[in-house]
Design a protein around this ligand. Structure first.
Ligand code: PEP
Length: 256
């Protein structure tokens, strides 16, 4: 399986800044065949960047899209509009869940709409600090996973990526803490087991599971060697080109 290094730029960079970053990244990066590098800019930058990107080296991800293809949905961009432009889409990010009120039902529809439009969803799941403190991590992870995948048929599981992002470890969270490899390994095992219970062991083994939460060049190697972790979803550190390149190089080293 490839190793996925995904940069979530969130609400940062103008289109011009995004284009300059991509230009430099394309120049710096060798063509690592076993590392799938993805950057997810703001929606407005996706189309121009899709004309600039070399997809042998880097893929583009959307940070969000709406599940209906067209209609009276002011302000939304549909997956069908992003078809052929974005290769991946982040769905169910905790900022969408907790700032924009997205629930599992909406996330389920977004995952299905992404697959329908040949865009690979990166389904984010993760417990909050208080859910962990109250011993609810297992239930939350199961509910978010099962909820998000409700409309994903057996044969479509291979079109989905899961990202485990404990909300308390995300750098924008107040007093974010670093998740330990043991804490991550335990949840990744739970995710794999839940997938196996629904889709069977064989299919579940092939689903990439990423980790995200304050990943930087200093801890990327440790996180990438956790059993069952197939890549990283990176917020803050992906905004700094040299950091992002270091993380990609680390992935190459760790996986060689
Ligand atoms: C994220 O928000 O997806 C994320 C992982 O952010 P950070 O790396 O900044 O913690």
């Amino acid at each position: 399986m490839k190793t996925y290094i995904v940069g979530n730029w969130k609400l940062n960079f103008t289109v011009g800044e995004a284009s300059i970053y991509l230009h430099k990244l394309l120049k710096t990066l060798p063509n690592y065949r076993d590392i799938e590098v993805v950057v997810a800019p703001s929606t407005i930058a996706l189309q121009p960047l899709s004309l600039q990107v070399d997809r042998h080296k880097i893929k583009l991800g959307a940070q969000n899209a709406f599940y209906r293809d067209y209609g009276a949905f002011t302000g939304e961009t549909s997956f069908s509009q992003l078809r052929g432009i974005a290769d991946y889409v982040i769905v169910g990010h905790s900022e969408r869940r907790y700032i924009f009120g997205e629930n599992d039902k909406m996330i389920q529809k977004k995952v299905a709409a992404a697959i329908r439009n040949k865009i690979m969803p990166i389904l984010c799941i993760g417990e909050t600090e208080s859910e962990r403190a109250f011993g609810e991590t297992t239930d939350v992870i199961r509910d978010q996973l099962i909820g998000g995948l409700t409309d994903v048929a057996d044969d479509d599981l291979s079109k989905v990526i899961i990202a485990y992002e404990p909300v308390w470890a995300i750098s924008s969270t107040k007093a974010a803490k670093l998740a330990t490899p043991d804490e991550i390994a335990e949840v990744v095992k739970l995710i794999r087991k839940t997938l196996a219970d629904i889709y069977g062991e064989k299919k579940s083994e092939n689903v990439p599971i990423l980790f995200g939460g304050s990943v930087g060049s200093a801890n990327a190697g440790a996180y990438l060697t956790i059993p069952g972790v197939n890549g990283l979803l990176i917020g803050g550190a992906s905004l700094i080109l040299s950091e992002f390149v270091d993380i990609i190089d680390t992935a190459k080293r760790v996986r060689s």
